[in-house]
Design a protein around this ligand. Structure first.
Ligand SMILES: *Cc1c(COP(=O)(O)O)cnc(C)c1O
Length: 382
């Protein structure tokens, strides 16, 4: 048995490359509040991502929270139950009511056809998620939003660097929110950003993330403290120099998995649209009904071998105590989301995962299935 393998491992450039950045911070003696590295990273990310304005945050959750504040969203927000809990939690923290729409079983993203029927006089916004970095159907979502006068805030926590037809998907909607948490494709230890399209909106968001200060003695909003510090911003600048290599490495790993899993019956892999430049952020598989083992059996078997996969996203957000009483949380209403949550398993994918690691992971799945079939054939169960 080899070393433990986790679902992800943070992108960490060589430590000696980070030292000059730290020395500069010690020299400057500016640790936070929009210092040199913070300003530099906002510009460098806007360039790299192909977007107009980046507002850096101390994490993605505070960025989501602030995005809703910036647009003065009220009442009900239509969102997806198939996401990380932070998506819906930021609605509750803003006193908003989440309204869950079912997902498309192929893209795992909110089904645009299910949005309109959920709109009420209280609806003011839609908060979709680009799940696993696969773009939502952004045109269709915008059409509904335009007709009903709704704001669109994308939770783009998984979507760093993703493009569709050569354009950043972060340019869609009113605002998009990134996470730079350690587990994400691009990280600043903790961190996040709001992407916006005009200078006035950026100004307002920058006030909101710094207590509402618009000058030494002027406070224009009940803002929060959600600023990224200089060490994190400097680390982000260093990461940017390594991100293209990291993405290329992820692509190779992704392709190996696709080839290895291709001939395992009843294991379904994600279909990535042809017109996107993806970031290979996750490798979800679906353990379908015909497979000899259940999803949880596969998960446990891998775990026993020191391979720690994750059931992203299980349980559904709508099944947690603070959400399950909502009218749109019922299982019948969220059929596909429930289906996928019961069968999904995210396999390890990160720069540094070796071909041998991948072979080990896939062979555990394959051999367990073969053994179970053999036992079933002779009348025993595993
Ligand atoms: C990671 C994540 C967040 C939260 O980001 P943090 O930076 O960890 O606060 C929000 N939404 C989704 C979909 C995520 O995966």
């Amino acid at each position: 048995m080899g070393d433990n393998i986790f679902v992800t491992s943070p992108l960490l450039p060589p430590l000696e490359e980070f030292m000059p950045y730290l020395e500069k911070i010690w020299q400057n003696r500016i640790l936070t509040n929009g210092g040199e590295f913070h300003q530099h990273l906002e510009k460098a990310l806007a360039d790299y991502l192909g977007v107009k304005y980046v507002c850096l945050f101390s994490n993605g959750t505070l960025a989501l929270l602030t995005a809703l504040q910036a647009l003065r969203v009220t009442g009900e927000v239509i969102t997806t139950p198939y996401s990380f809990v932070a998506t819906s939690h930021t609605l509750l923290w803003n006193g908003l009511t989440p309204v869950f729409a079912d997902i498309d079983p192929h893209t795992f993203n909110i089904d645009p056809a299910r949005i309109e029927e959920l709109i009420t006089p209280q609806t003011t916004a839609i908060m979709p998620v680009h799940c696993y970095g696969i773009p939502c159907e952004m045109q269709k979502i915008q059409q509904v939003a335009d007709i009903y006068g709704l704001k669109v805030i994308y939770d783009a926590a998984h979507a760093f660097g993703v493009q569709q037809q050569g354009e950043s998907i972060l340019n869609y909607g009113d605002l998009s929110v990134l996470s730079f948490h350690a587990t994400k494709v691009f990280n600043t230890f903790e961190g996040g950003a709001i992407i916006c399209h005009d200078a006035r909106t950026k100004q307002r968001i920058d006030y909101l993330k710094n207590f509402g200060f618009a000058g030494e003695t002027r406070v224009v909003a009940p803002g929060i403290n959600a600023k990224m510090n200089e060490v994190e911003a400097a680390f982000g600048l260093l990461q940017l120099q390594h991100i293209d290599n990291a993405l290329a490495e992820r692509q190779v790993i992704y392709q190996h998995y696709c080839e290895m899993l291709d001939d395992i019956a009843h294991v379904k892999t994600l279909s990535v649209p042809e017109d996107i430049t993806w970031n290979y952020a996750y490798y979800p598989i679906l353990i379908k009904a015909g497979f000899p083992l259940s999803r949880d059996e596969v998960y446990e078997l891998l775990k026993a071998e020191g391979i720690f996969t994750r059931r992203y996203f299980f349980p559904l957000i709508s099944s947690f105590a603070m959400y399950r009483g909502l009218p749109t949380s019922s299982e019948e209403h969220l059929r596909y989301a429930n289906d996928i949550a019961e069968t999904v398993l995210c396999l390890p994918i990160y720069p540094g995962l070796t071909f041998e690691d991948q072979q080990r992971i896939v062979s555990v799945i394959q051999q367990a299935a073969n053994e179970k079939l053999r036992l079933l054939a002779v009348g025993y169960t595993l």
